[in-house]
Design a protein around this ligand. Structure first.
Ligand SMILES: Cc1ncc(COP(=O)(O)O)c(C=O)c1O
Length: 366
């Protein structure tokens, strides 16, 4: 698999050029409104003095870092505000590789394809640990794959693409393995507000100098275009990460940080509860239809995604293109996520047209 040129944009371009109505189940862009305070924050910002249109502190607005630190129970100094979760993952992986404690990054399979892409870009090598058919990760397999060259173990919970949510014992074991091999556990938790199982455990709940947690407001506030995320690093890793962030990005969007801070302060938990409820309904309606169509599917315990396997229709790029042209539904080929799910297609449930998509798929495969 060539992870250096992500397939995502290729599929989107194909769907856009299809010359017919296509239901987009490729992108992870929430289709619902952000919290009201987000738009209010931007409106307020437009009236501010010109000095607010200049560089913010490179590591992020102090008040935003303080707000995140208070919510997550860490020191403000440990928080770096990044260009989304993607920026946070980049900093975390770069930091792990710079420590001179190995050159290999352990990834899970199926994998969020940007991790292997970033690993290669950063000069690291990758090894994969396969997850179970329900997406769960067995820490024993991680321990067997870990070695003295392991620089980092990168996990994502709730998971894209499997929808798995790792229980506390898995997270605890992963931190312990990172400590044992002088590696860093990088826990990407961008879907933490979409835990449908109530079993989500943040790696932050396990105190360690060997774990970095990355997150973003892209999904939780339905603002993937705003580009505000963060990394929480152990004290001894944070300064070098800030320097890299400064050299690579200077800083991330100041208006975006302001609007996110306003949203954190003003938004009640009901906003996320409503989003989870909506997603739960979509998962049920989509998987019921897959069941009726005789397809195999993953049960999403979190995140936005369901993987489906249709008999005699492997999840190749060609078949995904056929599905766009002939059924009018766009998904992501399973092969984009590595070798273990090549028979599968991933569908993102962040469209109001989930029901219509299920009908199109049922008609197509009947
Ligand atoms: C697992 C995972 N991590 C990170 C990201 C990127 O997040 P952001 O848009 O905040 O950079 C995504 C986006 O889909 C994702 O699925």
């Amino acid at each position: 698999m060539n992870y250096e040129t992500p397939l995502f944009f290729q599929v989107m371009e194909y769907a856009n050029a299809a010359g017919r109505d296509v239901i987009d189940m490729v992108s992870g862009n929430p289709d619902w409104e952000p919290p009201e305070a987000l738009r209010e924050g931007f409106t307020e910002y437009a009236e501010l003095e010109p000095d607010r249109l200049q560089y913010p502190p490179s590591g992020g607005l102090l008040e935003l870092r303080q707000e995140i630190a208070a919510r997550r129970g860490v020191a403000t100094d440990q928080v770096v505000i990044t260009n989304g979760g993607g920026g946070a993952n980049y900093l975390a992986m770069a930091r792990a590789l710079e420590r001179d404690s190995g050159n290999e990054i352990l990834l899970t399979e199926p994998v969020y394809p940007y991790y292997p892409g970033k690993t290669t870009m950063l000069g690291g090598t990758q090894a994969f640990v396969e997850t179970a058919s329900n997406g769960q990760l067995d820490p024993v397999d991680v321990r067997n794959a870990a070695n003295s060259n392991t620089a980092a173990i990168v996990v994502n919970t709730p998971n894209n693409p499997t929808g798995a949510v790792y229980p506390e014992r898995t997270m605890r074991e992963l931190v312990a393995i990172a400590e044992e091999y002088d590696a860093i556990l990088i826990s990407d938790e961008v879907y933490d507000h979409y835990d449908l199982s109530e079993k989500f455990t943040s790696a932050l709940s396990i105190d360690s100098a060997h774990r970095i947690v990355t997150n973003a407001f892209s999904k939780s506030m339905a603002i993937t275009g705003v580009r505000v995320g963060y990394a929480i690093l152990p004290p001894d890793l944070v300064e070098a990460a800030k320097s890299r962030h400064m050299l690579v990005n200077v800083a991330t969007t100041r208006p975006g940080q302001y609007a996110v801070l306003n949203t954190l302060r003003e938004t009640p938990p009901e906003y996320s509860e409503r989003n989870r409820e909506r997603l739960r309904e979509r998962v049920v309606s989509f998987t019921d239809a897959l069941e009726a169509a005789g397809a195999a599917y993953t049960r999403a315990n979190g995140s936005f995604y369901v993987m489906a396997r249709f008999d005699g229709y492997p999840g190749t790029l060609e078949n995904v293109a056929r599905l766009i042209d002939e059924a009018g539904v766009a998904g992501m080929p399973g092969e984009a996520f590595g070798d273990s799910r090549t028979a599968w297609v991933r569908f993102a449930l962040v469209t109001p047209r989930v029901k219509e998509a299920t009908e199109r798929l049922a008609n197509y495969f009947e």
